[in-house]
Design a protein around this ligand. Structure first.
Ligand SMILES: Cc1cc2nc3c(=O)[nH]c(=O)nc-3n(C[C@H](O)[C@H](O)[C@H](O)COP(=O)(O)OP(=O)(O)OC[C@H]3O[C@@H](n4cnc5c(N)ncnc54)[C@H](O)[C@@H]3O)c2cc1C
Length: 465
């Protein structure tokens, strides 16, 4: 069965939907008002909102490969209200500031759904919310704590369910409890990024593909084909940031891998349920995330080999056979009736992880350099909030507008120290994930009913906890 699995090819989403027609590279030196580096959700949403707010601005997007080449064309399609670093921001700026951030994220899910409809982007969006399940006692304890924590951050519409009610939604083997929030939707990542790139180009933004930026300086984005000069240069390169000169230790590129099954026959769906098409996750330390696609497949993702030595990133999405086997085993563990189902595709991508595991959006007023990212595993919605926030920051800086609700959010202009040099970086991440996997095994075997203390220690050492 594994033999028939396509591995790589950027992602399953492109295999079904086709790679986009290429756009022209930068033809030579150029000028702009704003230069955006990276054509993923962050860069494209930023260009979109800026151009909408100020149509007179000349905006140029420079993309190394093609729009949607990175995580935005490979992700699990969870559009949801999680933001990396919220709890840290609560500690740094107070609970109320973090509640404002959470509210902004809840609104962001609705904003993406609304804007996609307005721009006639059919991205298979289904607003079924997010369901997270627990199937060990330790996971159940974490789930209850997580649920209570989310309520404390203002999510009054979140629902806790027991084993029977969970099974009425989705029959995950051994599930003992779940928590559900309405602030989430399933989507087709590539349909969204393709539609967004087309919307941005239609608005009059200049988009150059096959144009890698090799160096970023104030007012300069340097490429092999010429330099774009602009008062504002925005770095939106997420998991690829380490490849930009001077940024090697800024955000660690973390791999995430996924599989997509063949469409499941109706008799298998009858055993699983999942009529609500919620995005689905678990509470393991090395957690999995899944969706039921519009054409009735299951896509499921998890960590795989988390980090490659020296911050290396990509091989067009190929993933290790051992990771494909592990994800398939996980699928069958969650849904035993999928044992005979073929895995059609496997792929991987990179996400950006800051040293404190907190997402940020920044505009340095003294240089005009800006950036957004470090979303860890939750950038599908967060990138939209980042795009609107960069718009507001630039409008404020250029005197077109004042402070807004978004410019006052606690993740704005947050600075964090860089990652350790190699080999410490590699050793640290390997050790952390080995600890997580060991903790998951011990919890699954019922050897501990509370969150494993080694996993807790790994959280603290890695800067995650
Ligand atoms: C397998 C996987 C599953 C995921 N699942 C989810 C999920 O279900 N929900 C969720 O919320 N998040 C998920 N994420 C994370 C989410 O996809 C990302 O956070 C989000 O797409 C980041 O968007 P971005 O535009 O910042 O980065 P990217 O989409 O990575 O875009 C960066 C772009 O910059 C370009 N680039 C890089 N370097 C240069 C350069 N030097 N010059 C010019 N261009 C450059 C790249 O080619 C790329 O197109 C997942 C990530 C992965 C990898």
């Amino acid at each position: 069965m594994a033999g028939s699995t396509v591995n790589g090819g950027i992602s399953f989403w492109y295999a079904r939907d086709g790679l986009p027609a290429p756009r022209e590279p930068l033809p030579g030196d150029a000028t702009a008002d704003v230069c955006v580096i990276g054509g993923g959700y962050t860069g494209l949403w930023t260009a979109y909102y800026l151009k909408k707010a100020a149509p007179f601005l000349q905006i140029t997007v420079l993309e190394a490969r093609f729009c949607g080449y990175g995580a935005s064309g490979r992700n699990g399609g969870w559009l949801y209200n999680g933001i990396a670093g919220r709890d840290r921001y609560a500690r740094l700026h107070g609970h109320d500031a973090a509640v404002r951030l959470q509210r902004a994220m809840n609104d962001t899910v609705a904003e993406v759904v609304r804007t996609a409809a307005e721009e006639r982007i059919d991205a298979d969006i289904h607003a079924g919310g997010v369901l997270e399940v627990a199937y060990t006692p330790a996971q159940a304890a974490r789930l209850k704590a997580f649920h209570a924590g989310e309520l404390a951050f203002g999510e009054k519409d979140r629902v806790l369910r027991g084993a029977r009610e969970t099974a009425e939604r989705v029959r995950v083997a051994g599930a003992v409890a779940s928590t559900w929030t309405p602030h989430g939707a399933r989507l087709h990542p590539v349909k969204l990024v393709k539609g967004l790139a087309a919307a941005v180009a239609d608005l009059g933004v200049t988009v150059h593909e096959s144009t890698p930026v090799t160096e970023i300086r104030p007012q300069h984005a340097v490429t092999p084909y010429g330099t774009v000069r602009a008062p504002y240069i925005l770095r939106c390169t997420e998991g690829f940031t380490a490849s930009v000169k001077g940024q090697r230790r800024t955000w660690l590129p973390m791999n995430s891998s996924m599989i997509a099954t063949e469409p499941l026959p109706p008799e298998v769906w009858e055993t699983i349920g999942w009529e609500g098409r919620e995005t689905l996750g678990d509470m393991a330390h090395a957690y999995v995330y899944a969706q039921r696609t519009a054409d009735d497949r299951i896509t499921l993702g998890g960590r795989g080999v988390p980090y490659r030595y020296g911050s290396r990133t990509d091989n067009d999405g190929r993933t290790q056979p051992a990771t494909v086997r592990a994800l398939r085993d996980m699928l069958v563990k969650l849904f035993p009736t999928t044992a005979g189902v073929a895995v059609d595709h496997a792929w991987s991508g990179v996400l950006g992880v800051p040293r404190d595991w907190g997402a940020t959006v920044t505009l340095d007023r003294s240089t005009g350099l800006g950036w957004a990212g470090g979303y860890v595993g939750s950038g599908v919605a967060t990138a939209n909030l980042a795009g609107r926030t960069l718009r507001d920051l630039i409008q404020r800086d250029s005197g077109q507008a004042g402070d807004t609700e978004l410019t006052g959010l606690p993740w704005v202009n947050h600075r964090v120290r860089r990652w350790e040099p190699e080999p410490l970086r590699w050793l640290g991440v390997q050790a952390m994930y080995a600890a997580y996997r060991g903790a998951d095994r011990r919890e699954s075997a019922g050897l501990t009913v509370e969150t494993d203390r080694i996993a807790r220690l790994a959280d603290r050492i890695s800067g995650r906890g």
